[in-house]
Design a binder for this molecule. Structure first.
Ligand code: FAD
Length: 398
């Protein structure tokens, strides 16, 4: 890390992407197994809430956008909506508690989806409707700063696959050192998370792309070059999300270890779920190097944090406006996963995280979303590696 600016938690994160890179193979294979387990593969969500921001959000008629629900009888009894006490559920429809960074569905609402049957990949959802969602996400969340607005029409730079990352914060650092101490951190964190989500979704689309002339699925290098590799900072945002999610999992370690996964399938499933999870937690403890403790301190800290939370909650609501069912499902899961990580890092102290005194701290949907979101980001990093190999093979044969 040659550029010493800015100092603080983001800087540490950016300099330490190598650790994530070195553990990602192991992380990804463990997460990949974990998300196949019954506890983590069934997700309940109401996908058909009204879009609160505009009426004409259209719909994707492409078959790739469609998804099917699973019959509740397939879901382990313990997690079925009907078995859940309404008393434990949040009141009413989608709502939030003061500490939440997202709107959460009532635990007893919505259908179940088997996430292993709906990979995040090319669906054909695109054009002005998809762009409007991204634009609104950035406008909503970037605290009015223009440098993070969409870069429509920008010609790709000379193409190289990024082995190293550029320091996207350099310009911010040069711009205003004092500002960095406060607002810029929140702005950068917020923008990095959303740009990272966008970049990760784009990576999945390119890694599992439908060749519309042959009908075959597979990696599309040109797609990856256009959307990610020619903008190396986008790769950096994927690492940023991964580190933040890993840090949340590390911090939640004791709580996750004590969580009730039992009766989620067979006894064997329960044992395996706990074992794989404990491996994921130990990787997270090694690679989740993000120092959240220096954030949201001092003057105006609470005001800034509230502002950050409100913006992020609105992003989770924008997901209801995504006009493609499959994209909306993954959009909701991943914004919930990131929001859960933010809550764990910025809202909850050690006492709150104690599994014995606060066993109901997180809803099952938050735990499932957090782990599945980390899996998605780790999968993106794995796909980046795959593209590096394809690129290297292509260049060695030329
Ligand atoms: P877009 O990805 O729509 O981007 C618009 C503009 O933003 C481009 O000019 C791009 O250069 C710029 N940009 C700025 N920052 C970034 C960044 N960090 N990463 C990428 N581009 C950036 N489509 C699918 O096929 N499958 C899915 O599962 C899927 N899920 C989606 C989930 C959500 C929540 C949303 C909003 C959209 C989803 N889409 C999905 C659509 C997909 O993201 C694209 O919008 C679509 O593929 C059209 O891509 P595009 O090349 O026009 O650029």
């Amino acid at each position: 890390c040659e550029n010493p600016k800015p100092t603080g938690p983001i800087d540490t994160t950016l300099c330490d992407y190598e650790t994530v890179e070195s553990v990602n193979g192991d992380l990804f294979s463990n997460l990949h197994e974990l998300v196949q387990m019954p506890f983590f593969k069934y997700f309940q969500v109401d996908l058909y809430r009204e879009c609160p921001f505009w009426d004409d959000y259209g719909s994707c008629n492409n078959p790739g956008c469609a998804i099917t629900t699973v019959d509740e009888s397939q879901v382990p009894l313990k997690w079925r909506a009907k078995a859940l006490s309404k008393v434990d559920a949040l009141d009413g429809d989608a709502t939030y508690r003061d500490s939440d960074f997202c709107w959460l569905d009532d635990d007893t609402e919505g259908d179940y989806y088997d996430l292993t049957l709906v990979p995040e990949r090319f669906t054909g959802y695109s054009g002005p409707e998809a762009h409007r969602i991204w634009r609104n996400i950035y406008e909503e969340n970037c605290f009015g700063l223009s440098e993070f607005s969409l870069m429509e029409g920008k010609a790709p730079a000379a193409v190289t696959l990024p082995d190293t990352m550029t320091d996207v914060l350099r310009e911010d650092g040069a711009e205003n050192d004092q500002c960095l101490e406060k607002r810029v951190y929140y702005k950068v964190i917020s923008a990095n998370l959303l740009l990272g989500l966008h970049a990760s979704i784009s990576t999945h689309i390119c890694a599992d792309y439908l060749n519309q002339s042959t009908g075959e699925w597979g990696p599309n290098l040109q797609c990856f070059v256009n959307r990610i590799a020619s903008h190396p900072e986008r790769l950096q945002y994927i690492y940023f999300n991964t580190v933040l999610l890993l840090r949340a999992v590390a911090r939640l370690g004791p709580y996750l270890s004590a969580y009730d996964y039992c009766s989620s399938g067979t006894h064997q499933d329960d044992v395996e779920t706990k074992e794989i999870l404990s491996t994921v937690i130990s990787i997270a403890q090694k690679a989740g190097r993000f120092d959240e403790s220096v954030l949201f301190r001092g003057e105006n800290a609470n005001v800034l944090k509230e502002e950050f939370k409100v913006h992020f909650r609105n992003v989770t609501r924008i997901m209801d406006c995504v006009g493609c069912d499959k994209c909306r499902l993954w959009g909701k899961i991943q914004t919930t996963g990131i929001a859960t990580a933010l809550k764990v890092l910025f809202e909850l102290d050690e006492k709150a995280l104690d599994p014995h005194t606060n066993a109901n701290l997180l809803q099952r949907s938050e735990v499932v979303a957090l782990i599945n979101t980390l899996h998605r980001f780790s999968e993106s990093l794995d796909a980046v590696n795959m593209f590096r190999h394809i690129w290297a093979d292509m260049n060695s044969t030329e």
